[in-house]
Design a protein around this ligand. Structure first.
Ligand code: HEM
Length: 149
């Protein structure tokens, strides 16, 4: 094999493996989701946004979010949704709101899981938050200096 292919092989990230740790299963992930959203709902900034968007049926939102986190952490095939469009329509959400979301998530994960496991949840949440923020707030015309002036 030529060295070009060896180099390409080495820069490609390894596929993520399911997190196999005792106590990390659908039941504990569901508990994290429920505790996290009960905090979100009490938060003075995030609470009203969720109350407005999720009218009535919290149970199906909590199940969907449990599917989502099982897909992220256990690589289960449970989640089939599309997070980006769901957030793009939230026009009043700001970048600061993401900091609040992440702070509540870190707090909840640290309460329910061992530190090394909580760190995996938080790292994934931060990565997904970064890509949602990019989709929601990044504007090429503001990011790059104008050309040709
Ligand atoms: C300030 C930050 C955020 C706010 C205000 C927010 C708000 C919401 C709301 C209101 C929904 C329900 C939308 C709907 O059902 O139509 C939703 C869905 C969802 N959110 Fe967030 N979110 C935030 C950050 C995040 C982050 C950081 C993640 C992932 C780590 C995430 C993952 C999801 C997922 C997976 C859904 C379900 C999308 C679907 O398949 O319908 N959200 N979010």
């Amino acid at each position: 094999m030529s060295s070009k292919y060896v180099l390409l092989g080495s820069v490609r990230p390894a596929p993520e493996q399911p997190l196999a740790r005792p106590g990390v299963d659908r039941a504990s992930i569901g508990a994290l989701v429920r505790k996290f959203y009960s905090r979100v709902r009490k938060d003075e900034r995030l609470g009203p946004i969720f109350a407005r968007e999720i009218v009535g049926d919290w149970e199906s939102h909590l199940e969907k979010m449990t599917d989502f986190w099982c897909a992220v952490i256990l690589k289960s095939g449970d989640y089939q949704g599309r997070p980006v469009p769901a957030h793009l329509k939230l026009e009043d959400v700001t970048e600061v709101d993401f900091e609040i979301w992440l702070a509540l998530f870190r707090e909840t994960a640290a309460e329910l899981f061992a530190p090394e496991t909580a760190a995996v949840f938080v790292e994934r949440a931060e990565r997904i938050a970064a890509s949602l923020r990019l989709a929601m707030f990044f504007r090429l015309d503001r990011a790059a200096p104008a050309r040709g002036r």
